[in-house]
Design a protein around this ligand. Structure first.
Ligand SMILES: [Fe+2]
Ligand SMILES: [Fe+2]
Length: 270
């Protein structure tokens, strides 16, 4: 596991970076909370590291994993900040929504217990492996003639999400490990983060669609269904397993294109 910062250049990337505009907007909405969400993950993991003071092998390994996790997530959120700026450059004023999201994560950090924060982190990280499978193996038709920098950025992010999939799980199990809190954390983040992403998506779509005729709107809805379907395909079956008391991201099957993409992106690391 290592942190990689590729030389992504978004200077020519438009906000609508895919042939299916609704597909691009769907992912732009997902990207909007990352700078705040991933800082929250890092805060929780950094706090965990300070509490993991043992010199035994397991504690040392977990501290090392947390260090790499934090470096990866830091690269993710700084890159997503640059990526999110594209929306503003192209006239989508997401700044008020960003303020709301930032406040929301501050509220969680200030008002929720450490164990809950870890369960939230693990709940979010649970989405990494199935999302990596979708992104690396099942989306090529949506990436056809899309902006290559945007595509590479998303694949890199999900590749590293897959790579560090066990860190929050192991940390959660070290400090708490309870089944019900883990499942509660999973559903809470799905509702909490999902709600914020939906709000951004509705904002982006409303602006994009403002001058559309009824016919164009129906066509836009159809394209949006294709975009959401691309992500949802296969997700549900994989996520059901999360509800099992025996769920573990260790030993998760690698996406087919995982290693090949890793070799490719490592040539772009600065
Ligand atoms: Fe990330
Ligand atoms: Fe992550």
């Amino acid at each position: 596991m290592r942190a990689r910062k590729p030389d992504f250049d978004f200077s020519n990337t438009p906000a609508i970076w895919a042939q299916n505009p609704e597909f691009a907007l769907f992912w732009n909405a997902a990207s909007t909370p990352f700078p705040y969400l991933e800082r929250f993950l890092n805060k929780a993991m950094a706090k965990a590291a300070t509490k993991l003071s043992g010199e035994d092998e397991a504690s040392r390994k977990l501290r090392g994993d947390i260090r790499t996790f934090i470096r990866q997530e830091s690269n993710h959120y700084t890159t997503h900040e640059r990526f999110n700026a594209i929306m503003k450059r192209d006239g989508f004023d997401i700044a008020p929504l960003e303020v709301e999201i930032e406040q929301e994560y501050e509220r969680l950090w200030q008002t929720k217990s450490f164990a809950f924060c870890l369960a939230y982190c693990e709940g979010f990280e649970t989405l990494g492996p199935p999302s990596a499978h979708s992104m690396l193996d099942n989306m090529e038709q949506h990436f056809d003639r899309a902006d290559p920098e945007a595509v590479a950025m998303w694949k890199w992010h999900l590749m590293e999400e897959f790579e560090h999939r066990t860190v929050c799980y192991d940390v959660y199990h070290h400090f708490h490990g309870g089944y019900f809190l883990r499942v509660y954390g999973f559903f809470y983040q799905a509702w909490h983060l999902g709600g914020m992403i939906k709000k951004v998506r509705n904002f982006l779509l409303a602006q994009y669609r403002q001058n559309m005729s009824g016919e164009e709107l129906a066509e836009s809805e159809r394209r949006l269904k294709l975009a959401t379907g691309a992500m949802g395909k296969g997700m549900l079956g994989k996520l059901i397993k999360v509800l099992s008391p025996r769920y573990s991201p260790h030993g998760y099957e690698e996406p087919r294109n995982y290693r090949a993409f890793m070799d490719k992106i490592e040539q772009r690391v600065i």
